[in-house]
Design a protein around this ligand. Structure first.
Ligand SMILES: NC(=O)c1ccc[n+]([C@@H]2O[C@H](COP(=O)([O-])OP(=O)(O)OC[C@H]3O[C@@H](n4cnc5c(N)ncnc54)[C@H](OP(=O)(O)O)[C@@H]3O)[C@@H](O)[C@H]2O)c1
Length: 324
């Protein structure tokens, strides 16, 4: 019987239980899960602080990596290593906080062979999303070596964005509310570390243009301030809402500086783009994985770590080993 983290809409909200295999959802592919991880959306789901989960009881976890145990679909065979991210898994469909789960074949991508399971989930949705942001900036003409700003830099998406941008020889400027993580951000490749407070003031329509590109995981006033500080024809990949869902800006950055705001989504992106992004991620050198800050926990620790994440006490990646 696989152990799962089951969410209930009554106290206690989180319970780790043994579930008979027959009680898992009836879907074509059965996966034995090696690792899942903790993302901002997971933290909202687990704590109930965001309206992510509507039907209870529910197994959260928006992503996982594992091995196919049984397949009733021609696309996958027993023994295949697979990654799942997005598609509403961990929101509408039971997810990865479990030793095993049954899923639809369309939700999976083959795990590229250079990535072992641990590396695949060190990346997880966060690494995939950072790479998708990178691809959006490249497609919008980001010049080689350009100065690029990353907000929420110590978070999962943010820290992978810093690492990937540095690896690709961009000049990385990192914005963080955790000054104690300055040295770590510099070790990931940040040339400059800026304090979050510099981006939290009342945004002006335009300020001195400093950055040619940006990856924003924060939204709200921070994104408005980022837009006002982009150079002519700058481009901003907007991906997150850790600082709010509003956008108190004006049209000035767009009509006077030709700034592009590039929405970036990882949940519903088509298979081929997912696979292309995972291929690029699988080619990242080992050093990037070694420098990532990792906290490996079991199912029992998820609830506390989710609270910590929303309280801003987590940096880097939280890896979940369901067998721990
Ligand atoms: N569109 C998509 O498909 C997609 C995919 C993945 C993630 N996301 C979104 O991207 C964001 C980051 O996700 P994640 O999993 O990387 O989360 P995370 O690990 O919790 O990182 C979020 C980071 O944002 C900063 N932050 C937190 N609260 C803030 C606040 N009130 N004001 C300003 N900055 C704040 C913190 O970094 P510092 O302390 O360094 O400032 C924090 O580490 C979330 O909003 C998530 O929903 C979207």
């Amino acid at each position: 019987m696989p152990r799962v983290l089951m969410l209930h809409d009554e106290s206690p909200r989180c319970r780790v239980v043994d579930l008979p295999l027959a009680d898992l959802p009836h879907r074509a592919i059965s996966v034995d899960i090696d690792y899942s991880d903790l993302n901002y959306k997971d933290a909202l789901a687990v704590t109930g602080k965001g309206k992510i989960v509507r039907d209870y009881p529910f197994v959260p976890g928006i992503d996982f990596v594992g091995t196919v145990r049984e397949s009733h679909h021609e696309q996958y065979a027993s023994g295949d290593r697979v990654i799942l991210t997005g598609w509403g898994v961990g929101e509408r469909y039971w997810g990865g906080y479990a030793e095993a789960m049954n899923v639809d074949p369309e939700w999976l991508v083959p795990c590229p062979s250079p990535l072992n399971s641990r590396k695949a989930m060190l990346l997880g949705t966060a690494g995939l999303t950072a790479m998708l942001c990178m691809m959006r900036l490249e497609e919008a003409g980001l010049p080689p070596g350009a100065a690029v700003l990353v907000t929420g830099a110590t978070g999962g998406v943010g820290s992978w964005a810093v690492s990937i941008l540095h690896h690709l020889d961009y000049e990385v400027h990192a914005v963080t509310g955790k000054p104690e993580q300055r040295e770590w951000l510099e070790s990931l490749g940040a040339r400059e570390v800026l304090d979050r407070s510099e981006f939290e003031g009342e945004p002006l329509p335009l300020e001195k243009g400093r950055w040619v590109g940006a990856i924003d995981t924060v939204g709200g006033r921070t994104l408005a301030n980022v837009l006002a500080r982009m150079t002519y024809h700058g481009r901003v990949a907007a991906v997150g809402l850790a600082g709010g869902t509003d956008l108190p800006t004006t049209v000035m950055p767009f009509i006077l500086r030709g700034v592009s705001l590039l929405g970036t989504d990882s949940v519903m992106i088509p298979f081929e783009r997912r696979r292309a992004a995972w291929q690029r991620l699988s080619a990242l050198p080992n050093g990037l994985f070694e420098r990532m800050a990792v906290d490996e926990i079991g199912l029992e620790q998820i609830e506390q770590r989710a609270e910590d994440m929303l309280a801003g006490k987590v940096h880097g990646r939280v890896l979940i080993n369901p067998k721990k």
